[in-house]
Design a protein around this ligand. Structure first.
Ligand code: ADP
Ligand code: ADP
Length: 228
């Protein structure tokens, strides 16, 4: 469902962040993206979400060909993706529940179904009890759960997360992984960039290791590999 063939990305300042990446990802897979800082993980994620456009190569998500995808079609593609960005960005003056409703407004016309989806997402991440809280009153781990609830509320087939446990303690990290595990069990494809070697080595899934803009390892049930 995701296919990259010889994908290159050059930034405007001349940096080649990705240099010929190829791989295929099937529906329902769980993939860790690992590699040192500056390897190209975030760039790869940004190409998938169309936050950045690839420079050359082929990048297919479902039926969409991202090299030639018209700008006005990008929102439609994004609706099929659950995006958990590196920075937690919740609206501080809206309750947890309203944060999720707000993001659903763009994609869901039916008010009743919108509310139902928001509540279901909060339930899945175990944050129902906090639906009326403001983001500022929550711990970082709880905020991350809300960000995930917001990303999955529209029931995307693919969830893409950039270091979702990056700023969390071990306990919260495990809770986030439990949520991703559940989502994956429901058939959702998960791709997460991470520096968390303990998680990668303990909860084994396919590992894509990127160094210097190239995939140097693609291993089923892989480990984190050598420290960078
Ligand atoms: P990480 O290693 O955690 O992915 P980085 O420090 O590499 O984070 O990058 C943080 C952010 O800054 C990313 O959004 C990245 O796209 C951006 N960035 C990194 N390097 C540059 C650069 N040379 N010029 C502009 N933006 C950059
Ligand atoms: P990672 O996520 O693995 O840390 P990135 O994808 O953020 O790696 O960065 C890959 C390379 O691209 C790095 O050399 C980084 O400095 C560069 N880079 C990232 N974002 C930008 C940007 N917006 N402009 C220029 N260079 C960038």
């Amino acid at each position: 469902m995701i296919k990259l063939t010889n994908v290159f990305k050059k930034y405007n300042n001349g940096t080649w962040a990705l240099k010929g990446i190829s791989c295929s990802i099937r529906q329902g897979e769980f993939i860790y993206l690992v590699g040192p800082s500056g390897a190209g993980k975030t760039t790869l994620i940004k190409l998938l979400t169309c936050e950045e456009r690839l420079t050359k190569g082929e990048l297919q998500i479902g039926n969409a060909n991202l090299l030639h995808l018209q700008e006005q079609r990008i929102p439609l593609l994004r609706r099929q993706l659950g995006i958990v960005p590196q920075e937690v960005l919740l609206l501080d003056n809206l309750s947890v529940y309203k944060n999720i409703l707000y993001s659903l407004q763009a994609v869901e016309a039916n008010r009743k179904s919108m509310k139902q989806k928001a509540l279901e997402a909060l339930e899945l991440v175990g944050m129902t009890a906090y639906q009326h809280a403001l983001p500022g009153d929550l711990s970082q781990g709880q905020q991350q759960k809300v960000v995930i609830a917001r990303a999955i509320a529209n029931r995307p087939k693919i969830v893409i997360a950039d270091e979702p446990t990056g700023s969390l303690d071990a306990k919260s990290s495990i809770e986030i992984m439990r949520i991703f595990y559940q989502l994956n069990q429901l058939g959702t494809t998960i791709m997460m960039a991470t520096h968390n070697s303990t998680i990668v080595n303990t909860i084994r899934y396919r590992v894509l290791e990127i160094r210097n803009g190239e995939i140097i390892r693609d291993q089923l049930s892989g480990n984190y590999g050598l420290p960078s």
